[in-house]
Ligand binder design. Sequence first.
Ligand SMILES: Cc1cc2nc3c(=O)[nH]c(=O)nc-3n(C[C@H](O)[C@H](O)[C@H](O)COP(=O)(O)OP(=O)(O)OC[C@H]3O[C@@H](n4cnc5c(N)ncnc54)[C@H](O)[C@@H]3O)c2cc1C
Length: 248
Amino acid sequence: MSTDLPTGTTVPVRFRDDVTVELVKHSASDSDVLWAARVSTAGEQSLEELTKDPERSKGLINYLMRDRHGSPFEHNSMTFFISAPIFVFREFMRHRVGWSYNEESGRYRELEPVFYVPGTDRKLVQQGRPGKYEFVHGTPEQHKATVAAMEESYAQSYAAYQQMLAAGVAREVARATLPVGLYSSMYATCNARSLMHFLGLRTQHELAKVASFPQREIEMVGERMEALWTQLMPLTHAAFNANGRVAP
Ligand SMILES: Cc1cc2nc3c(=O)[nH]c(=O)nc-3n(C[C@H](O)[C@H](O)[C@H](O)COP(=O)(O)OP(=O)(O)OC[C@H]3O[C@@H](n4cnc5c(N)ncnc54)[C@H](O)[C@@H]3O)c2cc1C
């Protein structure tokens, strides 16, 4: 949609209900875990030696996961490019250990008018008390009202942003009017151990030994990262699931 600005200019405002995650760089494989673990007992070995006996490799990774020998899972690296609303990044950046972040700047560039609205499959209604609640689907009317209220509010705040920029106000001041539903983008680099800790807290899964109740939108990011990671480290991912999705 577009919104008419008080200045007379028109800015197209875009709405999205998804998140995107791209694996832009990686050096991560199950053999990295085996290599690091076997230095304890066998010293340095060739990669062929490490992959010679798949059953033994699988068993070793599972043992490390089960007994929470975590450091062999740190000798790898994955860089993701993530596009999601600011409220997701606010939760994401609470993960301090084994993560590096770089996010687009609202001081050095004009922020794009792209905002989050919940899709029709997003459960809208919370039932129960704090610590013991569930989300259920809202009615079509609730969804319609939610989207209409958000779109109107976003359009107004972006118009105010544009008005300030047109009046010569600095981007870093004008951005204060923009809401947390605005999309941002960042690079996030982690290793398998820090990713598993993140996934244990930010996804819900039937195999999880310890239940977590993340906000759906950060879970959507987690699910996409997990799908990419699984392809790189299938044995590690299987052992994570087999041991209750608790990071070692
Ligand atoms: C469902 C859910 C609801 C949440 N709700 C809230 C909320 O209402 N308000 C809020 O503020 N936050 C909230 N959080 C954020 C939460 O408290 C954590 O900050 C976040 O999950 C990151 O976890 P972490 O500290 O274990 O991760 P990391 O920062 O990556 O740390 C990893 C691990 O390193 C160790 N560690 C890191 N820093 C320290 C330290 N300073 N001292 C000792 N050990 C350390 C701990 O063992 C920690 O588990 C919520 C998180 C979840 C998953």
